[in-house]
Design a protein around this ligand. Structure first.
Ligand code: PTJ
Length: 248
């Protein structure tokens, strides 16, 4: 049950997000650690002014270009992202022709299935990460995130992930894969190890990316390549960090 938040409350949208996560926790989709992780994200978001900065928007645009240019892109979904933006993740996967895989840090079959069914309710027809027969392991990852699908993350060229621990991001990079991440903390290992780092709240980043993808899917390849070429991830992250410093 999601508690009603009065729309007149000055922090209504932030409180509503919390309610969704707490509800997801009660339904066994979000882990308690996911609530803590969200709190850390909120602190950075507060300093960013709780809005998509122009730098985050540039990163979102570059990320969509990369998804559209990739041959085998995939979106990795965990408990928090499923509860907060399942519908938009499915739309993004359809527009950019990316597959979807459930990949959890705190892995359990019940939770994997529950997340897959949320995604299917939003019309995802192809959810990977459920079949033990196609499971394989990413080397040098100590957490359960190492279990990935042979035909999914293991076989992909670009992985889009959010709210992720650094271990797997670094390993995916070592495997020669391109990583796009959404992480409000520009100092996290995931943020640093990604090829494209989106320093924005997923509740804004994913809907933005859906809108951008619906426009960019109509453009030709050379246009997308041009946009990516002009995007410098390090410089972009630095500008977000400066924005956070100003927030302090
Ligand atoms: O569902 P599971 O089992 O896969 O577990 C998911 C969590 C989030 C618990 C797990 O991946 C985890 O422990 O993540 P970390 O290492 O705490 O990293 C989460 C990162 O996401 C932190 O850097 C947060 O600042 C950031 N973050 C939290 N909420 C948001 C966010 N970034 C963008 N949007 C958010 N809403």
């Amino acid at each position: 049950m999601i508690h009603k938040i009065p729309q007149t409350h000055p922090r209504a949208s932030s409180l509503m997000i919390r309610e969704k996560l707490v509800d997801g926790f009660r339904n066994g989709i979000v882990v308690p650690q996911g609530l803590i992780a969200h709190g850390r994200g909120e602190a950075f978001d507060y300093l960013l002014g709780e809005k998509t900065t122009k730098y985050a928007y540039e990163a979102e645009k570059a990320a969509v270009c990369l998804l559209l240019l990739s041959n085998k892109s995939i979106i990795s979904v965990n408990g928090n992202t499923a509860v907060l933006c399942a519908k938009d993740l499915v739309t993004l996967s359809n527009v950019t022709k990316s597959r979807i895989e459930v990949n959890l840090f705190h892995k359990s079959t019940a939770r994997t299935n529950a997340i897959a069914s949320i995604l299917r309710k939003e019309d995802a027809f192809d959810v990977l990460g459920l079949d033990n027969k196609s499971k394989t392991i990413i080397k040098r990852v100590s957490s359960n995130r190492k279990y990935v699908d042979k035909d999914g993350i293991m076989n992909s060229d670009t992985i889009f992930l959010a709210l992720e621990d650094g271990d797997r991001t670094e390993s995916l990079g070592r495997m020669g894969k391109k990583v796009i991440s959404v992480d409000l903390n520009p100092l996290s290992r995931t943020a640093i190890a990604s090829n494209i780092t989106i320093i924005d709240n997923i509740v804004r980043a994913i809907p933005n990316m859906v809108k951008i993808s619906e426009q960019l899917v109509k453009k030709d390849k050379s246009y997308l390549l041009h946009l990516i070429k002009n995007f410098d991830n390090k410089e972009n992250m630095h500008k977000s960090l400066v924005t956070i410093k100003k927030g302090i």
